[in-house]
Write a protein that binds this ligand. Sequence first.
Ligand code: CP
Ligand code: NVA
Length: 309
Amino acid sequence: MAVDMKGKDVISIHDLSVEEVEQILKTAEMIKLMAKSGQPYRPLAGKTLGMIFQKPSTRTRVSFEVAAWQLGGYALYLSASDLQLKRGETIADTARVLSRYVDGIMIRTFDHNEVVELAAHATVPVINGLTDLLHPCQILADLFTIREKKGDLSRLRLAYIGDGNNVTHSLYFGAAKVGMDMIAITPEGYEPDAEILKLAREDAAATGASLELSHDPADVAGADVVYTDVWASMGQEDEHEERVRRMQPYQVNADLMARAKPDAIFMHCLPAHRGEEVTDEVADSRQSVIFDQAENRLHVQKAILALVM
Ligand code: CP
Ligand code: NVA
């Protein structure tokens, strides 16, 4: 049965029910099929999405903007540096004002609490387009891609290797909701947040997903999906050199891929720092699904917009 998600914020996959995650994936499947067969679908007619960006973006910005347009609505790009936010207007007042104009707000920022605060004061749904802590829309699209490529998510094992970051955190939450086993493999000192892993394990109790943490790259053994992300995220540019030095053994190259299942797929949320966390050989290999993954941001975000707005 369909779950009513109208008005719902999408801030963390942890806050979504198993049914809501499934509904997003199913809706995205329908929307992608319709788009591919040229059938119009305009649930956002007359509606506007405001998109606040404190950090750069290629995929998130373009896919949300195109998604809103193709669904019959309109998307406003709001660079935080051009808003009064930059001059000290509070998040709460920004939320109250924007709610009088737009029908939904997407925000990409540093501090996760800003998104929570925005949502607390907005009267329209708020969508998290990445914070230092989480990247839920990315991972909802990734779950869709994995299912498209490999089928039943509850029979799969995903190995995330590299820096324990926002993408790792949302992957834990996503895996927990769909019952997919996951291991995060990071250097010591670069582990994902322990509190996030604890919460994700609580969610996983309902679906049977096993969520592990390791420091040994050999633990990619048996993975159906090998996933990595940049070693220095946005805002960590100063640590780049040190991170590259520490994470070298965690590079996804042909030798590492050979340890996973022979039919494993390679994923990366992009942008990639080719030659660092992944080699060209892997990123451009037949196992790589990185551009399908990027495309699916469009279809899955359309589903999110259609459901919550
Ligand atoms: N994967 C992702 O969110 O890409 P952008 O930073 O380009 O939006
Ligand atoms: N972890 C990366 C993801 C980019 C989409 C970052 O936060 O920069």
